[in-house]
Design a protein. Structure first.
Length: 255
């Protein structure tokens, strides 16, 4: 079964068009000739963004990520967030052309399936079709442990309530995405709708449904005690890691 693209066409709402164009132009002016292509994912390019609640997610593909300075990008983002309060935040990640082409189940998946090209030549078209398989699911989650540990540390050390709520929301979504990856062979598609992810997990995962509902509730309302959340998050991740380990062992036995 071949994974299809999440966003098949760009439908940016009028509230965001000027911002998107301005951000692209600022990036191109700041990093002259160093950017190969720019992509978006999430609600803004889908045309489903909610003013003052949605953020904007960009990916920059370039020959050498070291040439794209995050601090200079942050300065651009800070200026535009003041100018366009309709956005809650602007996220921008950077990867290389080689990352996309040499890691089809990681960066290749991200650019080809999750993102849509808004500037330059779409390098995702050069990534071979991605087949849903245990190998793909394992590769897709190579960095999940590191990402979960990072957000766990950030949440544990956060002193500001706004930051705590943001980390809990992000942590909840990351765990739901991880669980959803386990049922891809059942669904056949990559969902980016959190409700559809949750329902698929409940239908196909053997995890305690209360844990999944708790994560979803935390995603919607992250104003809860940190220690309580971390305990549940650790339980969910143990389940996820056990399933991945079983998948890896089964794959190895077949080699």
């Amino acid at each position: 079964m071949i994974l299809e693209k999440v966003i098949d066409k760009v439908v940016i709402q009028s509230e965001y068009k000027e911002f998107v164009n301005k951000y692209i132009n600022h990036l191109l002016a700041e990093f002259k000739g160093k950017i190969h292509s720019i992509y978006m994912c999430g609600s803004v390019p889908k045309g489903t963004a909610t003013p003052f609640k949605s953020d904007a997610d960009f990916t920059i593909v370039c020959a050498n990520p070291k040439e794209i300075d995050y601090e200079r990008i942050s300065n651009i983002k800070d200026r535009l967030l003041e100018e366009y309060p309709v956005l809650t935040k602007i996220d921008t990640i950077i990867c290389s052309i080689d990352d996309v082409l040499s890691k089809p189940h990681e960066w290749g998946f991200w650019v080809k399936i999750i993102c849509v090209c808004i500037h330059g030549d779409d390098i995702g078209e050069k990534v071979p079709p991605i087949m849903i398989s245990p190998a793909f699911i394992l590769d897709l989650n190579i960095e999940t442990k590191e990402e979960v540990n990072r957000v766990h540390r950030s949440l544990s050390n956060a002193n500001d309530d706004v930051l705590k709520n943001r980390y809990i929301k992000g942590y909840s979504k990351r765990l739901i995405r991880a669980l959803y990856s386990l049922v891809l062979e059942n669904t056949g598609i990559w969902e980016d709708d959190i409700i559809k992810m949750k329902n698929a997990i409940l239908n196909y995962c053997e995890i305690d449904s209360h844990l999944v509902e708790y994560l979803y509730a935390c995603y919607l309302d992250s104003n809860i005690p940190v220690e309580e959340f971390l305990g549940t998050a650790e339980e969910v991740y143990r389940y996820f890691e056990n399933v991945l380990n079983e998948m890896a062992a089964s794959r190895k036995s077949l080699e």
